[in-house]
Design a binder for this molecule. Structure first.
Ligand code: CA
Ligand code: ZN
Length: 293
């Protein structure tokens, strides 16, 4: 199995980036990811201070060129396994998150990982590794890896985890996929600005999916579809996710737009993904059992 090492980092999703790995549709491979601070914060007295290099945050490993993948296709990414290292960090910083005005200084908490648990102080929390950043090169200008968008990016969506399929619209030849920012655990919203930030190895597969055209990322799990929307405001993000969800229900179930809008209202859930990135991200959970598959 091919392995892409974490020294191949990018800080922006950019069509100009040179591919560092070529894979075929259906191929399984391993990607090593760097943590969101480029491993500059590994002890509890490491914090975001004057010696911290702010140009090295939110890296993604890649880009990965998917042979034969063309603009207009959809890229399906299956996450088979996420293996995290034994230590991660949680960070607070003045201004981060809805209560950032109450944070007086940067502080770091080390979280140790073992046997399916994350140890935060005396509290054992069940591990749920997820990929914070996953995206393809956008059509136009480069987008920093810290931002989410229609191309994916910093979606910070807890369902981008083992067993999930992530569907991304493709804008450039080869898709130019990149990923990083794994969290050992994170809650919906990522309220203080970080999850348990950690290095990881992700075993995954990519496939070219020609018969489903998307304009924003979608995640599919055993039970649900998640339609993701990111926007400058929550209203904007919600509108994108709702638009896509209603269209999907209408088309798959072959019902009217109005019926699909009603069904979205009575049988799906609007959830927060993250409230801390340059654009805000929400998702609508559609139970697979209400979709004709
Ligand atoms: Ca993130
Ligand atoms: Zn992160």
């Amino acid at each position: 199995m091919k392995r892409l090492t974490r020294n191949h980092s990018i800080f922006a999703m950019d069509k100009q980036n040179q591919p560092v790995l070529y894979v075929d549709s259906g191929e399984r491979f391993i990607v090593e990811t760097e943590d969101c601070f480029c491993h500059q914060i590994v002890e509890s007295d490491d914090v975001l201070n004057d010696s911290f290099d702010y140009s090295r945050v939110n890296p993604a490993t890649g880009p990965i060129f998917v042979n034969g993948c063309q603009p207009g296709d959809t890229l399906k990414v299956t996450i088979h396994k996420i293996e995290v290292e034994s230590r991660g960090v949680v960070e607070v910083y003045p201004g981060w998150g809805p209560l950032g005005n109450k944070v007086e200084k940067a502080e770091t908490k080390i979280v140790s990982i073992s046997e399916g648990w994350a140890k935060f102080g005396k509290y054992l929390l069940p591990l749920h590794p997820m990929v914070g950043v996953m995206g393809v090169a956008p059509a136009g200008e480069a987008v920093l890896c810290v931002s989410p968008g229609p191309h994916g990016g910093n979606l910070d969506t807890v369902n981008i985890a083992e067993g999930a399929e992530i569907y991304l619209p493709v804008f450039v030849s080869g898709a130019k996929l990149a990923l990083g920012d794994v969290h050992a655990i994170m809650g919906d919203g990522e309220i203080c600005g970080t999850g348990v930030e950690i290095r990881a190895e992700v075993e995954m597969k990519v496939e070219i999916c020609e018969n489903w055209q998307l304009s924003n990322p979608v995640v599919k799990t055993k039970e649900s579809y998640f339609f993701i929307g990111s926007g400058k405001t929550f209203e904007e993000a919600i509108q994108i996710a709702a638009e896509e969800s209603v269209k999907f229900i209408q088309e798959r179930n072959n019902i009217s737009w109005t019926e699909a809008y009603m069904m979205t209202s009575i049988a799906t859930d609007l959830l927060f993904s993250q409230v801390v990135n340059p654009l805000k991200t929400v998702r609508i959970r559609i139970p697979r059992k209400i979709i004709d598959e």
